[in-house]
Design a protein around this ligand. Structure first.
Ligand SMILES: *[C@@H]1O[C@H](CO)[C@@H](O)[C@H](O)[C@H]1NC(C)=O
Ligand SMILES: *[C@@H]1O[C@H](CO)[C@@H](O)[C@H](O)[C@H]1NC(C)=O
Ligand SMILES: *[C@@H]1O[C@H](CO)[C@@H](O)[C@H](O)[C@H]1NC(C)=O
Ligand SMILES: *[C@@H]1O[C@H](CO)[C@@H](O)[C@H](O)[C@H]1NC(C)=O
Length: 128
């Protein structure tokens, strides 16, 4: 099976999970769904450059039981890409390299916890 189809399916099921999980349950199981601080709306990234994705760690539980992953999404005609995986959510940042994707202004980041949280849309531009 095509990897991109698997990723798209994975994202769909995770997105569904995100909308069905009650918040109270999350707290009990030490899971953490942080608010993304960067990238914000209006940010422009360039292909090949490195950036720190950052999030709010002020409500982080002592032990975090869920895995960490960052996905790059595109609103229109795009497939999700995994940018980083298995990092420590308590650090509040993960450095990523912008992959070779089509330049556009409808990219966003999804940060997982056990359910995802979305950044605003931002732009990725190509190199000259
Ligand atoms: C996800 O992010 C939104 C907007 O930044 C924030 O209001 C919300 O609290 C976050 N969700 C959780 C579960 O922390
Ligand atoms: C990301 O943050 C780390 C720690 O603050 C810093 O050493 C690194 O240079 C940053 N990376 C970028 C691309 O800004
Ligand atoms: C966190 O994990 C450690 C080691 O597994 C354990 O000793 C501690 O009780 C846990 N703390 C909480 C608040 O769950
Ligand atoms: C991002 O852009 C898409 C379409 O261009 C739009 O549907 C979506 O609501 C936007 N997301 C945010 C968080 O603004």
């Amino acid at each position: 099976m095509n990897l991109r189809i698997i990723l798209a399916t994975l994202c769909l099921s995770l997105c569904h999970l995100a909308s069905t999980l009650p918040v109270e349950d999350n707290a009990k199981r030490d899971v953490f769904v942080p608010r993304i601080l960067y990238p914000r709306a209006g940010v422009v990234w360039t292909v090949g450059h490195k950036h720190n994705i950052t999030w709010d760690t002020s409500n982080a539980p002592v032990n975090i039981s869920n895995g960490a992953m960052v996905i790059l999404r595109k609103a229109e005609r795009g497939l999700p890409l995994i940018m980083a995986k298995g990092f420590d959510l308590r650090k509040g940042r993960v450095e990523v390299k912008v992959p070779w994707v089509f330049p556009d202004s409808d990219y966003s980041i999804v940060l997982f916890g056990n359910s995802g949280n979305w950044s605003n849309n931002f732009t990725i531009q190509g190199t000259l």
